[in-house]
Each structure stands twice: as structure tokens, then as C-alpha cells.
Design a binder for this molecule. Structure first.
Ligand SMILES: Cc1cc2nc3c(=O)[nH]c(=O)nc-3n(C[C@H](O)[C@H](O)[C@H](O)COP(=O)(O)OP(=O)(O)OC[C@H]3O[C@@H](n4cnc5c(N)ncnc54)[C@H](O)[C@@H]3O)c2cc1C
Length: 288
């Protein structure tokens, strides 16, 4: 088992790993791709490069640095996190456990543009199956998404809800969907219901009557993951204290996922700060 799991192999995650490995913590870093830096062609405002450097180059050298220092870097997509005395990250390819965790999964995606979505948040629209499934016992619910993350959320709901429909909003499912889950691939027009959600209206005018809609598009974002453990979020940012710890002891967050300035320098600083907090916590627990 690792001493710490870091979710994200961007500047925040890799910076954190540089500190945790050098402090002797067995460190596992999980990432699914290069993150925001993949889109940054030229960076010339980060310390130490006399010439512009590409985001891809920064990712490559960062990963090499973390590996050289002893971090285990795993390529996986995390679809859920939980706490059972240790932090547990569930990936598509494996399960990872540690007494401390740093979320460094970058900025959260915005919510889909769907009429009624914002208005019905907390009134039928949810972003966390494990948190809210209980409220939909025996009721008809839908999951909005078409990938591994949507399937994971649908599977959380299946034992509890009366029925689960996957709404892919015009996309084909990218994973195999068990037959207990109904799949509707038509594009969505809007959500209806006042004051609470009663259904999802499709582009052709048909309606899927549901009491709950769980948004799980694309990959689980940082706030999606944070909410699964009850960590406090504000808008699309995870709320942290000055040591980058969330309101859940042992769960830290760093980089774009905490909001503010979305820059490499800030991600690197926060990664280091989160690592310092996590190192202290792991050492205290080992000596307890
Ligand atoms: C086009 C563009 C240009 C930019 N130019 C600059 C610039 O010039 N200067 C500058 O300072 N900054 C720039 N930035 C911003 C900079 O890229 C980010 O601030 C920085 O990368 C944030 O680092 P991070 O580690 O927080 O997140 P990211 O770099 O986004 O890394 C997130 C990591 O989390 C992983 N991840 C996410 N979800 C999951 C999941 N469910 N399971 C497993 N892994 C997951 C990703 O694979 C990735 O490894 C630019 C960004 C963009 C998009």
C-alpha cells in the first residue's frame, strides 16, 4: 500500500510527488492524460526557461523527474473515491489505497448547457450518485453521460433506484452498458419540473419522466470527486485551508482544482504546500 495517492499528473500532482517522494513517502500518482498543459503550445511565463517551452515538454520532464525520485506513476482514469479508514481511489484498471490523498485533477469542466439544469440543482439534479442515491430509493432516475464515469454512477444507483436510464445526449455509449440500464441516445432539449425535476424533454419532444438526474459527463472532474467524500466545494473549486487541506482530514487539493489563478506557477506551489501537509499527517499517523 502507498503512503499517499496523488490524483493528477499535471504540474500540481507532479510537484507534490517531488516533495512526498523526497520525504520518503511511498507515492502513487494517477493520471489519465497530460491535462491542461497538453493544449498549451508555448509557455514563457514559468520560471527557469530562457526560451518558450511547450506544455508537452513540461509534462514529459515532470513525469521523468517524479519517476527518478521514486514515484509510481499509473495511467488510469479514476471514477470514484471513498474513505473506509483509508482513502480509496477506484480506477478503470485498479483500486488504490493510502492514508492520505491529494486531488490535483485540474479545473472542473463546466456543467452542460441545458435549460433548467441550474434551476433544478439540489431539486432533482445531482453531481454525485454515492452522495444522493439514498434520496431516490425506488424512484426513476437518469444519468447524463456516455463513458466510464457515467456507467460508474449508474451502477451506484442501480441497487437503490426504481430504474436507471442513461441519457447520452446524441453520443454513442463508449462503454458496454448492462441491460438493466436503459439507454436513450437522443439529444436533450431541456429539463422540466417546478419546483422539482419531473422529467427530461428530448429534442423530438418526447419526455423521459425522472425524479433524479445525475450529471456524469466525460471524466470525473475534481469537484465531482471531492463531493463524493463530502469535501466542501464553491462553484467549480474545491475549498482548502492554508495547508491545502480540505474539510476532510487527510484529503488535500492543489492546482487548478482549487480555483483562483489557473497557472503552472500556482499549481506547482500548491502541490508543494499540499505535499508538506500530507507528509506531516502521514508521519504523525505512523508515529501514533
Ligand atoms: C491552452 C492553454 C494555455 C495555457 N498556457 C499557460 C501559460 O502560458 N502559462 C501558465 O502558467 N499556464 C498556462 N495554462 C494553464 C496551465 O496549463 C494550468 O494552470 C496547469 O496545467 C494546472 O495544473 P494542474 O496540475 O492543476 O492541472 P492539469 O495540468 O490540468 O492536470 C490535471 C491532471 O489530472 C488528471 N486527471 C483529471 N481527471 C482525472 C481522472 N478522473 N482520473 C485520473 N486522472 C485525472 C489529468 O490526466 C492530468 O494529469 C494554459 C492552459 C491552457 C489550456
Amino acid at each position: 500500500m502507498s503512503d499517499i495517492i496523488i490524483l493528477g499528473t499535471g504540474p500540481a500532482g507532479i510537484s507534490a510527488a517531488a516533495y512526498t517522494t523526497r520525504a520518503g513517502l511511498k507515492t502513487t500518482v494517477i493520471g489519465r492524460d497530460g491535462g491542461a498543459l497538453l493544449k498549451a503550445h508555448q509557455i514563457e511565463n514559468y520560471y527557469g526557461f530562457s526560451q518558450p517551452v511547450s506544455g508537452e515538454e513540461l509534462i514529459r520532464t515532470g513525469m521523468e523527474q517524479a519517476r527518478r525520485l521514486g514515484a509510481e506513476i499509473v495511467n488510469d482514469e479514476v471514477v470514484g473515491i471513498a474513505y473506509d479508514g483509508e482513502f480509496v481511489a477506484s480506477g478503470i484498471s485498479g483500486t488504490y489505497r493510502a492514508p492520505a490523498m491529494i486531488l490535483a485533477t485540474g479545473a472542473s469542466r463546466g456543467a452542460p448547457k441545458l435549460e433548467g439544469l441550474r434551476r433544478l440543482e439540489g431539486r432533482g439534479v445531482s453531481y454525485c450518485a454515492v452522495c444522493d442515491a439514498f434520496f431516490y430509493r425506488g424512484k426513476h432516475v437518469a444519468v447524463l453521460g456516455n463513458g466510464e464515469y457515467a456507467l460508474h454512477e449508474a451502477m451506484e444507483l442501480l441497487p437503490v433506484a426504481g430504474s436507471v436510464t442513461l441519457l447520452t445526449n446524441g453520443k454513442e455509449p463508449s462503454v458496454e452498458i448492462p441491460e438493466e440500464i436503459k439507454v436513450v441516445t437522443q439529444k436533450l432539449d431541456r429539463l422540466e419540473g417546478d419546483p422539482v425535476l419531473t422529467g427530461v424533454v428530448l429534442e423530438d419532444g418526447g419526455t423521459v419522466p425522472v425524479s433524479g438526474l445525475f450529471v456524469a459527463m466525460g471524466v470525473a472532474g475534481s469537484t465531482d470527486l471531492a463531493r463524493k467524500l463530502g469535501a466542501q466545494t464553491k462553484g467549480s473549486a474545491i475549498v482548502v485551508d492554508s495547508s491545502m487541506q480540505t474539510n476532510i482530514p487527510g484529503l488535500f487539493a492543489a492546482g487548478d482544482c482549487t480555483g483562483g489563478m489557473l497557472q503552472v506557477a500556482k499549481a506547482v506551489y500548491e502541490g508543494a504546500q499540499a505535499a508538506a501537509g500530507a507528509i506531516k499527517l502521514v508521519r504523525e499517523r505512523k508515529n501514533a
